[in-house]
Each structure stands twice: as structure tokens, then as C-alpha cells.
Design a protein around this ligand. Structure first.
Ligand SMILES: C[S@@+](CC[C@H](N)C(=O)[O-])C[C@H]1O[C@@H](n2cnc3c(N)ncnc32)[C@H](O)[C@@H]1O
Length: 187
């Protein structure tokens, strides 16, 4: 059976992330991706996770209780990646789940400008063969505009440097999520 966007995002991460890697969860939320990544990077790796809501940090802290040493949780927007993560720190993978935190305040959403700032900071640090995955939820108010800007940004990435995949079910009701995967080519 074809994988959902969520499942496929994990598959794409699993294929490339291994012990010792440094990776980013750009939208921590309930910590599902942070936990998944913490298991992949092992004891010697590091997951940097970002969210602007205290609730997200609390939920994530509980989830990764066994993996405290290999995770760094920031109560800060992903637009601060540029200042929080050293410019020479290689990043093997990053994931975004855009939109709002399920069962929480639907007014607190990711925004096109800050999402773009974060994507730029990640791409500067991405290793050869590294992947930046963006799962776009866009059914909410403001979601459509963000979707368009993120797709536009990724479509304009130079083909000599990046491969960009778009994965989406196109016959489903209710705005099914879109998965974009940007993979850095070898020099
Ligand atoms: C769809 S949820 C993420 C779900 C999460 N990946 C999980 O596994 O539960 C989107 C999250 O992005 C967060 N968010 C909104 N603006 C943000 C920003 N500028 N930087 C980081 N996170 C942000 C929201 O607070 C929300 O928790």
C-alpha cells in the first residue's frame, strides 16, 4: 500500500539518518518526529528541535525522557536556526510539519516568511546526500499562502545542487498533506 505523507517522511529519514548524525526537527509539536529522529541518531548523534509553544516542549520532554543527552529542545522559532546552530555544523536531515499543533490553538501556525528563513539556514548546513523534508498541511486559514510560498521556494532551488520531490495523493478530499523532500546532490 502507498504510504501516507507522514509515514513516507519517516521512511525518507530512515533511509539516510544513522548513528552519530546531527539533525533538526523544525516543528517539534508533540515530539513524534523528535523521538523518531533521536532513535535514528543513536547515543553519539544530536537532534535539535524547535517550537514556539511551551506546551510542545512539555509534551516532547516527556516523550524523549530516555534520550535527553541526544536532544536539544529550543523554545524558539525555527527562524533562529541561523543563530542557534553553528554555521559549520553539518546537518544530515531536517523535518518540518507545517500548520498548527493538533488539539491546540489553531491560531498559532507556521508562517511563510519564518519557514523560508529556516529552510535557508538548513540548506546552508545540509550534507551531501542530506535531506530536508517539509510536510505541508494547508487546510487552515493562512495554510494555502504558506503552501504556495514553500513550493515556490523549493521549485526554484538549482537543479545542479538539489533534487526536489513532491509526494501527494491527488484524488483525496480535505486538502491531503503535501510532502516535499529536498536532497542535496554531491558536488
Ligand atoms: C503540525 S505541528 C508539528 C507536529 C509535530 N511534528 C509532531 O510530531 O507532533 C506544527 C508546530 O509548529 C509550531 N510552530 C509554529 N511556528 C513555529 C516557528 N516559527 N518555529 C518552530 N515551530 C513553530 C507550532 O507551535 C506547532 O507545534
Amino acid at each position: 500500500m502507498l504510504l501516507t505523507a507522514l509515514r513516507y517522511s519517516h521512511q525518507l529519514l530512515k533511509e539516510i539518518v544513522s548513528e552519530g548524525d546531527h539533525v533538526i526537527d523544525a516543528t517539534m509539536g508533540n515530539g513524534n518526529d523528535t523521538l523518531f529522529l533521536a532513535e535514528l541518531v543513536g547515543e553519539t548523534g544530536q537532534v535539535y528541535a524547535f517550537d514556539i509553544q511551551e506546551q510542545a516542549l512539555q509534551n516532547t520532554r516527556e516523550k524523549i525522557a530516555d534520550y535527553k543527552e541526544r536532544t536539544t529542545l529550543f523554545l524558539a522559532g525555527h527562524e533562529t536556526i541561523e543563530e542557534k546552530i553553528a554555521a559549520d555544523q553539518p546537518i544530515k536531515a531536517a523535518i518540518f510539519n507545517l500548520g498548527y499543533l493538533p488539539k491546540s490553538d489553531k491560531q498559532i501556525i507556521t508562517l511563510p516568511e519564518t519557514t523560508k528563513q529556516a529552510m535557508q539556514a538548513i540548506l546552508k548546513r545540509l550534507t551531501t546526500g542530506g535531506r530536508m523534508i517539509i510536510v505541508i498541511y494547508y487546510g487552515h486559514e493562512g495554510g494555502e499562502a504558506e503552501k504556495n510560498e514553500v513550493i515556490d521556494f523549493c521549485q526554484k532551488l538549482p537543479q545542479e545542487e538539489f533534487r526536489v520531490l513532491n509526494y501527494q495523493f491527488i484524488n483525496q478530499r480535505n486538502s491531503p498533506p503535501i510532502l516535499l523532500c529536498v536532497e542535496k546532490k554531491s558536488d
